[in-house]
Design a protein around this ligand. Structure first.
Ligand code: BGC
Length: 429
């Protein structure tokens, strides 16, 4: 195994989301979901990583690892706990954290929406109703007003396709509507929100005198393959699934091109509504109609049961580049590996795929910085570079975290590092 250099322009970072790390008893839709007993174990969002209190310590660890940029989200329910009521203390606390990040040499990238809604917004139907767009935009305005002087990089939505499909098309995520018509509508309303937010953030920051604003959306993209490459039916079903799951949304969000199942609910014009292409990539699905998608038994799997297929990152990045000519930000990529037995190998493989793709990738955000609260799976699934003991809140940088620190330091992987960290790791262990 050889070493390699990373592209000069690439910044290396890590990502998280507020509900997954902050803890506290906050009135958001996932807390309500937890109260309804919908999580798979008995852990609670109110615990998580207690980052709301331990933020300084966490940023210090990040800085010691050399993390160049950090993608995090604001918890809307914290800063607007009731409709139109703004919590100045929570806003001041976020400002303090962002200022500390900056003074530690870490470039912040702010996600406005990462799966959670304030309960009051959820009760009004959230993104099911185009009438709620203005409420979301008021929140966007509040965030830019409060933090716009500190932050130039924004992600409007994290994985809107997952939010809409699992929460509305299925019943796993809140509100569990199980209705594909709602799911289609929610995703269409969100695309409109994204376009309006893209324009609004630019407008506001320009008025503040800043010219360096970057706004995008983090799309969840999967690689797809037919179980039998010769089967016409399976190849066709992939085209349809890919279109419904990701490509139709990518066209609407990035370019204002609305084609079935997406609906243009706001008379949006075609254009370019992003400064970068945000992509979250984790896995590949095999298609086997009529049974549906699956992971083949012979393929390596993460502790989440997802196929480990690093090459898929290049496949989805190429797909997105064919849709939109902007540079790429890998807004999330990581692996569920509860005992850190192959995360270093995964990082090595994933970054090497990125290098070999020769695509213009400007950012790589490893998901996630800390072991965090994994939605339905709670504390039981670990993606972090830093181990969290959820009882004592003790943090310990994992072996893969040290590997990442050295990757950042060298802006690449040396042969000696490969020997020390990667050799001997194996996905099939
Ligand atoms: C989501 C995260 C989640 C991770 C692993 C990402 O795509 O944005 O919130 O923890 O997937 O499931």
């Amino acid at each position: 195994m050889k070493g390699y250099r990373l592209p000069k322009r690439l910044m290396l970072g890590a990502a998280s989301s507020s509900a997954q790390i902050e803890g506290g008893s906050i009135d958001h839709n996932w807390m309500e979901w937890e109260r309804k007993g919908r999580l798979h174990d008995s852990s609670s969002f109110s615990n998580a990583c207690d980052h709301w209190n331990l933020w300084r310590e966490d940023i210090d660890i990040m800085a010691a690892m050399g993390i160049e940029t950090y993608r995090f989200s604001i918890e809307w329910a914290r800063i607007e706990p009731r409709a139109g009521v703004f919590d100045q203390e929570a806003i001041a606390r976020y400002r303090e954290e962002i200022e500390y990040m900056l003074s530690s040499g870490i470039r912040p990238c702010l996600t406005l929406h990462h799966f959670t809604n304030p309960t009051w917004f959820e009760r009004r139907g959230a993104f099911l109703y185009p009438g709620n767009v203005k409420t979301f935009l008021r929140y966007v305005g509040l965030v830019v007003k409060c933090f716009g002087d500190l932050i130039s990089d924004y992600v409007t939505f994290n994985e809107p396709n997952i939010y809409a499909l699992l929460g509305y098309g299925g019943e796993g995520f809140p509100p569990g509507d199980n209705n594909l018509v709602s799911s289609r509508r929610v995703l269409s309303v969100m695309a409109g929100c994204h376009i309006r937010a893209y324009e609004k953030i630019h407008r506001m920051r320009e008025r503040m005198g800043y010219q360096d604003t970057k706004v995008g959306v983090a799309l969840h993209m999967r690689a797809f393959a037919p179980l039998s490459p010769m089967s016409f039916l399976q190849r066709k079903s992939i085209e349809i699934s890919k279109w419904g799951f990701q490509d139709s949304a990518a066209k609407a969000f990035l370019k204002g091109e609305f084609r079935f199942p997406m609906q243009n609910l706001g008379g949006f014009k075609k254009g370019i509504y992003c400064d970068y292409i945000g992509v979250n990539y984790y896995t590949r699905n095999h298609m086997n109609l009529p049974a549906g998608d699956l992971v083949r038994p012979q393929d390596p799997k993460s502790d989440f049961g997802w196929e480990i297929y690093p090459q898929g990152l290049a496949e989805v990045m190429r797909e997105l580049r064919a849709i939109c000519p902007k540079p790429i930000w890998v807004t999330a990529n990581g692996i569920c590996d509860d005992t850190d037995r192959f995360r270093s190998l995964y990082l090595y493989d994933q970054l090497s795929v990125l290098v070999q793709s020769e695509l213009p990738v400007e950012r790589y955000y490893y998901w996630s910085f800390l072991d965090s609260f994994e939605w339905l799976e709670g504390e039981s699934k670990r993606y972090g570079l830093v181990h969290v003991n959820f009882r004592t809140q003790e943090r310990t940088v994992k072996k893969s975290g040290h590997f990442y620190r050295e990757i950042i330091e060298n802006h690449g992987v040396t042969a000696e590092m490969t020997e020390r960290y990667v050799e001997g790791e194996n996905y099939h262990q």
